[in-house]
Design a protein around this ligand. Structure first.
Ligand code: ZN
Length: 500
């Protein structure tokens, strides 16, 4: 092994240390930090981000990578070493195209954007957010130009979250989803039972929820020596490496949302925890793309966490935990309540069917923004028109419409599609797991989750970022991304003769 390789890995390990330190500072900001610490924390995070970025894009990194070309050619492309050089080179070539001045402008505009968005959303005043959004979009278009795109501009933005995927590929998948889901949602609406609302909305004391959430992820296989679960405003999963996994959730005293959010974040945490420890402190030591990451969270939240076998196992415990609320509710009614499909305004509260329409709407608008086909001031009207067309609902104000999500405020254009790609991929993987493990769901009824956990570790998690997202999907799901398994699943569950 050449000395250059050791020098590169040492450098990358230090960069990774800085990034993980930033992740822990962010986690602390969102869970523990007293509010007045915000200004100082913003500086600390910016400094760490800048140090990691400068170290990474420095000429020294480029020189080391250049010096490793013949060594790379001598390696098995599937080896850890070859993957490390290959992926680092891709990361480097992307990062090096963006001038430092633009990079810091983007970071600053994103943090101002989020501040303005918070006030704008509180007062439901889109005009107040518009200048920050205009600034973000202008900078994003400058960012796109750094890559001299041959295809669509949007491809450059999507690539930051789902490397190698194009807008055209996403459109093909989403057009298919839309074609099936719009009529399915309308059909389900005719059979809707609004009284189900009262099953999952009522009195769920937070302290008991907290214990339950910890209990459920312990049953899933969370190891207390390397995981934590803490309350926060907006749930996320983070951490400092395979043995330091931080999950967060948000407890509402009138719903069970925290439990489903916890199972969701558990899926993200398990992916990070399952990466081969040999890849820790390298750029390969995390999940490969947001779409694949979301496939893992949606799997534990929906395919496990809303399934009949799982609730045959857990429902007695849940009933004992909340006897006032659920003592007289039969399992079947509870299952229908937690799987109720009902068009609603807010993406993060949406059910597993209508959720995709929220995402498709954003994906369509993002392409129009990037291609200059919509004026930003007209976004609220466009948003509301599509909400009516896709979900049949009226948007009462911008806080419940175009201002509900933080992504565009923070410069995250191209992120949204990965949520629905995650849904699609989750069922592709699920079909493979069920073929390989015929007794999987009967096992859930006995509280056996290790077979699923181990299968995912073996076929997906351990690879980290060693292979491209497309290669990884083929390895774990047996073929390229395909919406049909997901559509089959939704029809089998929610269609007219569905299993619910
Ligand atoms: Zn997620």
């Amino acid at each position: 092994m050449p000395e250059t390789f050791d020098t590169l890995t040492t450098r990358l390990a230090e960069i990774q240390d800085l990034r993980k330190t930033g992740a822990i500072l962010f986690w602390d900001q969102q869970t523990k930090m007293p509010g007045a610490g915000a200004a100082g924390r913003a500086e600390q995070l910016a400094t760490l981000h800048r140090m990691a970025h400068e170290l990474f894009v420095s000429e020294e990194t480029g020189r080391l990578l250049e010096g490793l070309r013949s060594y790379e050619d001598s390696l098995d492309p599937a080896s850890d070493e070859a993957s490390l050089i290959r992926v680092t080179r891709q990361d480097y070539e992307k990062a090096a195209r963006v001038p430092a001045e633009l990079e810091s402008e983007l970071t600053r505009a994103a943090s101002h954007g989020v501040q303005d968005w918070v006030t704008a959303r509180e007062t439901s005043d889109f005009a107040r957010f518009l200048p920050a959004l205009e600034r973000n979009v202008e900078l994003k278009l400058r960012y796109v130009e750094c890559f001299e795109p041959q295809g669509e501009r949007y491809d450059v933005l999507l690539d930051d979250y789902e490397r190698g995927m194009t807008a055209a590929e996403v459109r093909t998948i989403f057009d298919r989803l839309k074609e099936e889901l719009v009529p399915l949602i309308a059909e389900i609406a005719e059979r809707d039972d609004p009284s189900l609302e009262e099953v999952t909305r009522g009195t769920f004391p937070v302290e008991r929820q907290r214990e339950l959430c910890h209990d459920v992820i312990r049953r899933f296989g969370m190891r207390p020596d390397s995981w934590r679960l803490d309350p926060t405003e907006h749930p996320f999963a983070s951490g400092a490496g395979v043995d330091d996994i931080r999950l967060t959730t948000h407890y509402h005293d009138d719903t069970l949302e925290a439990l489903f959010a916890t199972m969701h974040e558990y899926g993200h945490g398990l992916y990070e925890h399952g990466v081969d420890p040999a890849l820790d402190r390298t750029p390969l030591g995390s999940g490969v793309s947001l779409g694949l990451h979301e496939s893992q969270s949606r799997m534990w939240e929906n395919l496990v966490g809303r399934s009949r076998p799982f609730w045959r196992y857990l429902y007695p415990t849940l009933r004992e935990t909340f006897p006032e609320q659920l003592g007289s509710v039969e399992l079947e009614r509870f299952l229908r309540a937690i799987n109720r499909v009902h068009p609603s305004l807010i993406r993060i509260h949406a059910d597993e069917v209508t959720y995709n329409m929220h995402v498709i709407l954003r994906f369509e608008l993002e392409q129009e923004i990037v291609n200059g086909r919509v004026e930003l001031k007209d976004l609220p009207a466009e948003w509301n028109r599509r909400m009516h067309e896709y979900l049949g609902i009226e948007v009462p104000d911008d806080a419940h419409g175009v201002l509900q999500d933080v992504h565009w405020a923070g410069g995250g254009i191209g992120y949204f599609p990965t949520y629905s790609l995650g849904n699609v991929i989750s069922v592709q993987i699920w079909e493979r797991v069920r073929e390989d493990l015929p007794g999987l769901e009967e096992g859930f009824e006995r509280g056996e989750f290790a077979p699923l956990r181990e299968w995912l570790g073996e076929h997906l998690h351990r690879y980290g970022r060693k292979f491209s997202p497309k290669e990884t999907i083929i390895k774990v799901a047996g073929g390229p991304i395909d919406p049909e398994p997901y559509l089959r699943y939704l029809r089998a569950k929610h269609g007219a003769d569905g299993s619910l």
